[in-house]
Design a protein around this ligand. Structure first.
Ligand code: ASP
Length: 365
């Protein structure tokens, strides 16, 4: 091939490429702008399970609990309605519940036997299956935000104790004095429990308000609300689900006991492949049964409906080992469920376009 023929054939190749590319570009389907989402948002939350009975709850206490649940539900709904993520919805609702002294999370958390508040929390993102958890936090105002920071700003899943608080300060999360979490009601619960056990009563925490001259009027009977952990599961318009849980654990706990709430797969779990779950109850049983992950495995591998899966694990498996408590759950296709084997569970749910449902007692829907 002489030089001229070679140049000609190269030129014709280049021309052919240009024409075929142009033809391809013309025949390519025009991209229609996609709607922002095809999913309707949804959310379910709990504020603890236990001996919650109409007969032992004053009308005022009942109204306060319903208002607290509604406030959290509304906050999460606002986030989702604006197209926000399920993670943001979970965190915003839990922050409110952590600040609400009625619930056993953040301010209002139960006391450990040594007179400290030891806070646990976890959050999980169903889209990426990233998770963050903290245990025995004592200085960070919002443990749920710290769990999220562990997930998003550290290479780890779980931090505990003073290291977790140090990390919180490092990522500029609000730090408070331990007395910030103090409530008289929880303190008196601790004192009663320790007296019952014949255990020494620790000194009131530094910075706690002076004891009232008379015991405070109980909101409800002492054992009415044994727990009070908070948890939220949410589905956003992008089809992503998330779960979060926050708690002070159990009254008079010792030896840095940690329950199920910050254990991924036990008290908290989320995966877009199956479901999102937040649990409440005596954590030891939930850890042994890996309650949250088991529920999602039933949905994922057995093709169970969400309601069947939560009932299977809570009503059958948990009850069989004498565990007590309940769960809230949802799936990416918008199934919502709860199940509990205690006389009551503070709970609420809402779907986009629907009306909020807030329930306390077993006999409520
Ligand atoms: N599950 C929590 C724990 O065992 C307590 C609760 O849910 O009330 O720490």
């Amino acid at each position: 091939m002489n030089l001229l023929t070679r140049k000609l054939s190269l030129a014709s190749l280049a021309l052919a490429w240009v024409f075929s590319y142009a033809a391809l570009a013309q025949s390519a389907p025009v991209q229609e702008p996609q709607p922002a989402s095809t999913h309707k948002w949804a959310l379910v939350l709990h504020g603890g399970a236990g001996v919650i009975a109409r007969s032992s709850m004053s009308l005022e206490a009942e109204a306060n609990y319903r208002a607290g649940l509604k406030e959290a539900l509304t906050a999460a709904a606002d986030v989702l309605d604006k197209g926000g993520s399920s993670l943001d919805a979970v965190e915003s609702a839990i922050k409110l519940l952590e600040d609400n002294p009625l619930f056993n999370a953040g301010r209002g958390a139960v006391f450990a036997a040594d007179g400290t508040n030891q806070l646990d929390a976890a959050i999980m993102d169903g889209e990426t299956m990233r998770a963050g958890a903290v245990a025995d936090v004592q200085r960070t105002r919002h443990p749920i935000s710290l769990a999220r920071a562990v997930m998003e700003q550290s290479p780890h899943v779980m931090l505990i104790g003073s290291g977790a608080d140090d990390f919180a300060a490092h990522v500029h999360l609000e730090q408070v004095l331990p007395a910030f979490f103090f409530t008289e009601r929880r303190w008196q619960e601790l004192v009663r429990q320790l007296e019952k056990d014949g255990s020494p009563i620790p000194p009131r925490p530094t910075g706690a308000p002076a004891p009232p001259p008379k015991p405070i009027a109980a909101l409800e009977r002492p054992d009415t609300h044994k727990y009070g952990t908070v948890g939220v599961v949410a589905l956003d318009r992008h089809g992503n689900i998330a779960a979060g849980t926050s708690t002070g654990g159990t009254t008079a706990k010792r030896w840095n006991r940690v329950g199920d709430s910050p254990i991924i797969g036990a008290g908290t779990y989320a995966s877009n492949q199956s479901c999102a779950v937040s649990a409440t109850g005596t954590g030891e049983y939930f850890i042994r049964l890996t309650v949250a992950r088991t529920i999602c495995a039933l949905v994922q591998y057995k093709g169970m409906s969400l309601q069947d899966a939560v009932d299977e694990v809570v009503q059958k498996d948990l009850s069989a080992i004498h565990g007590d408590g309940g769960v809230v759950a949802l799936t990416p296709d918008g199934q919502l469920a709860w199940s509990f084997n205690t006389p009551g569970m503070f709970r609420a749910k809402l779907k986009e376009g629907g009306t909020p449902q807030i329930s306390l007692y077993r006999e409520e829907p």
